[in-house]
Design a binder for this molecule. Sequence first.
Ligand code: TSJ
Length: 612
Amino acid sequence: MYIGSTSAKGLHHLVYEIVDNAIDEALAGFCDTIQVFINKNNSVTVIDNGRGIPIGINKKAGKPAVEVVFTILHAGGKFGGGGYKVSGGLHGVGASVVNALSEWLEVKIHIDGKVYFQRYERGKVMHELKEIGTTDKVGTEVTFLPDNSIFKETMDFEYDVLRQRLREMAFLTKGIKIELTDLRPEEERTDKFCYEGGIKEYIQYLNRHKDPLYEEIPYCEGTKNGVYVEVALQHNSTYVEGCYSFVNNITTPEGGTHLVGFRNALTKTFNTYARDQKILKENDLNLTGEDIREGLMAIISVKITDPQFEGQTKQKLGNSEARGAVDSIVSENLTYFLEQNPQVAKIICEKAILAQRARDAARKARDLTRKSPLEGMSLPGKLADCSDKNPEHCEIYIVEGESAGGSAKTARSRATQAILPLRGKILNVEKARLDKILVNKEIRAMITAFGTGIADDFDIEKLRYHKIIIMTDADVDGSHISTLLLTFLYRFMPDLIRKGYVYLAHPPLYKVDKNKKEHYAYTDEELQMILEEIGRDGNIGIQRYKGLGEMDATQLWDTTMDPEQRILLKVNMDEEESSEIDLIFTTLMGDKVEPRREFIEANAKYAKNLDI
Ligand code: TSJ
């Protein structure tokens, strides 16, 4: 309950909780380095060079402040005063929770030349705070081993997961040094993050595999109504908006008042500028926010003492003072920036005007798909629809190629399974605007079959199937088509993925025949297991499937479509990592070859089949 979950995500959150406390010390101005170690026994150590958690007796509790921090819920940062306590948004309940969820936790405080030490087990104090030596350092050191009776799913910290988040924390707290070291492998691994430019460097990092439209990065910071605001932005040549907002270093995927303030300021400032400069003529319509945000990468980071989170998942900022603070700080600084950098201002306005025209064209194209099939518009001719009309029962298979589509139509269970064959490769939506996308035949067929409409018209209530299953060959081309389809869904119908309606079919790689019995293997390991089981001797036939077309209808049904036997992979997305997902799609689908090769090499186990 306190940490969000007891899965891998919750496990990693323990580390962020502890690091958050050290970041607070840095924000208060007393610490500049944080080290994180993953130890051999899977415990984690976090060390900072701050003032040290106070060891004096807390009057109310009658024990050392440090003991209060680790044993009383919500005590973090509320003592001592003077500290600028900003962490503790969604999960920021602090050190006592980590302590309670740890088999043991040890804290060492270096202060006034002495080292103080205390150990806890499952949250309970083992002994009084004691002096154990002398030191010439200052700071706090915390080591904990998560409780394996709570984190039953996994106790293994993933280096890459911690690295990703710690890098983000470093971007969001400019100037701080964060080091991560993995002491588990033979050869230890380490990464150091320090960004003097803060979120300005974050923007460069996020745009590093894209083509920025200009060099300068509009950046501003300031404090208003008790809200500290920091914003950086830069446009790239894509058509995708990437605005990432944070409150107290915690990502807010659902946005909130800070994002609203930013968008207002952006739209207002650019329209005012474009009018003043006569880039927009008298009879021209205003640019919309969407036009200006086409291809925009932006970070909106606010720090606020008492953040209120709203919405179903409590990830949306509610504080109304944040709206005004961001709006006025961004308006003022951006107006100045545009005056100082007229070439940049011109580039952005021109891009926005192109977006405005494309939007108009897209609206016209969309009118052609607008009527929902339920209202009588005809379904695509290639679609073999199912007879059941209850979306909850219905599935649609999007199948690569006419021939596999044919087998699937024969094999399917007519009542609940619809088949939509697609011909060849579909349009790469990373490289096109909505108006081009909407005239693409394959894409239109999908939109009409789904029934949902697209973009502004998208309405999930109208979805005709609660399972959208992508079925492609288990080869290079097949993977490419899956990626193109997923990119399209991710960019234009993300709610389908969010709601868990999108799946990948998982056809077998091998068929093994022995004594007239057929066995199917979905992985190489499984093939070996089957061969172990049935014996490698005798008359064995092994067929490696190169495509769905090599299976007849019965085989396709048995292995890939029968709800009782098939394997479906559900597609999901972690909203907290959306900047990373964006990067994956750009890297895989964009124009630059070099980063793509690196990415594929780095992720070979997932991407070995990708041909792009
Ligand atoms: F989470 C935690 F408690 F375990 C923890 C706290 C973990 C780590 C790695 C560092 C810290 C931490 C806390 N580092 N620095 C501080 N600072 C204070 O707690 C502190 C020190 C002095 C004063 C003061 O007003 O004099 C106030 C505070 C909050």
